[in-house]
Design a binder for this molecule. Structure first.
Ligand code: ATP
Ligand code: MG
Length: 347
């Protein structure tokens, strides 16, 4: 069986470091491993509109922003197909057919949908499109017969729901669809990077993000105002790592080699943590180190972005070509789906 990747992001903002450690960095590694037959990365504009119906300009403006983030992180259109969801109308058709296989109560039980409804303050005025977006996500994944979906932890319930739809479709009609597997980051912190405010998830909609393209000065300010241990008042005080955002981010980003360059008095993160908990290591020093660690990763990405920003039409052309190629694949799956559902009268 072919090994196929499908994953993507909502164009609701520029991409942040949570996206990077949760999925983006992995996609680039998988792309360069050469182990996959096809890689499709989708900018999910139709999905973004399910909770931004009144703000189409925002969604539109973020298509090229997300594409710039992709390319600057190393996604290569020669190896990876970059596409825009709304261009592929077949996905909407698949969503419509799959919705017959899902109950309202099953959607209501989806923990990610539940928490996102709460986070967005929808109460009882939930747009139907938003409520049913797990079905559209199943359409996105299955249209490409994806076997592997690299995502953060918040997407696991979506993947489970997609797998159920596949099983239900294949047993009700014919074996057409492929059951996808989620691929989570190996490092648990990276599966759900918390926000700079300490909230459970860094999220574009919560405004608690360090964006990949943030100005270095803004990144410095965001790090300097991060929550640490409120009882760690003087440098000599023993500090706690529990809920300490600076150490949580170091867990996600730090590599031992960076100590030699920026903080040679320690060999690795554990030594630094031990010093902090013993007392004698101040927050400012840890924060400065985190800044260096982050910028080590982000500087080359930001430099590439600056170059790419000079020719945004070329970036849009990459998306156009990728979307055309994706449409062909999705159309083929849709034909198979309609055939299995006995709605292929005129072919
Ligand atoms: P929104 O608030 O609009 O939903 P978001 O920040 O949650 O935006 P998405 O576009 O929904 O971003 O998510 C894209 C991908 O990034 C998904 O695979 C998701 O699991 C992953 N992801 C998002 N936020 C994080 C995070 N804080 N840590 C790890 N992975 C994340
Ligand atoms: Mg999200």
């Amino acid at each position: 069986m072919k090994k196929i990747i499908l994953t993507g992001d909502r164009p609701t903002g520029r991409l942040h470091v949570g996206h990077y450690v949760g999925s983006l960095r992995r996609r680039v590694e998988l792309q360069n491993s050469g182990e996959y037959d096809e890689i499709h990365i989708m900018i999910a504009d139709a999905q973004a509109l399910t909770d931004n119906a009144d703000n189409p300009e925002k969604v539109k403006a973020n298509i090229s922003e997300v594409a710039l983030d992709y390319l600057s992180c190393g996604l290569d259109p020669e190896k990876t197909n970059l596409l825009v969801q709304s261009y592929i109308s077949e996905l909407t058709e698949l969503t419509f057919y799959y919705s017959n296989l899902v109950t309202v109560s099953r959607l209501q039980r989806n923990p990610t949908v539940k928490s996102e409804i709460q986070m967005r303050g929808f109460h009882s005025s939930i747009p139907v499109g938003f409520f049913t977006y797990p079905i559209s996500q199943a359409a996105d994944i299955t249209a490409f017969k994806a076997t592997t979906v690299p995502v953060g932890e918040d997407q696991l319930p979506m993947l489970e729901q997609a797998r159920e739809i596949v099983r239900s479709f294949n047993s009700t009609y014919e074996e057409v669809l492929v059951e996808p597997q989620a691929l989570l980051p190996e490092n648990r912190i990276c599966s759900r990077l918390p926000g700079t405010d300490g909230k459970a998830k860094m999220s574009k909609s919560l405004g608690n993000c360090i964006y990949l393209s943030d100005d270095p000065e803004d990144i410095r300010k965001k790090i300097m105002s991060m929550f640490t241990d409120p009882n760690h008042i003087r440098v000599e005080d023993p500090g706690s790592l529990e809920g300490n955002m600076v150490f949580i981010y170091l867990d996600a980003f730090c590599r031992d080699e960076l100590f030699a360059e920026y903080l040679p008095e320690y060999q690795n993160l554990q030594e630094m943590k031990d010093h902090y908990t013993r007392g004698g290591l101040g927050d400012v020093k840890v924060k400065k180190f985190l800044y260096n660690v982050l910028m080590e990763e982000l500087s080359p990405i930001q430099a590439r972005r600056k170059e790419l920003e000079k020719d945004v039409p070329a970036v849009m052309e990459i998306l156009r070509e990728g979307s055309i190629a994706a449409k062909e694949i999705a159309a083929k799956t849709l034909d198979e789906v309609k055939h299995a559902m006995r709605i292929d009268y005129f072919v």
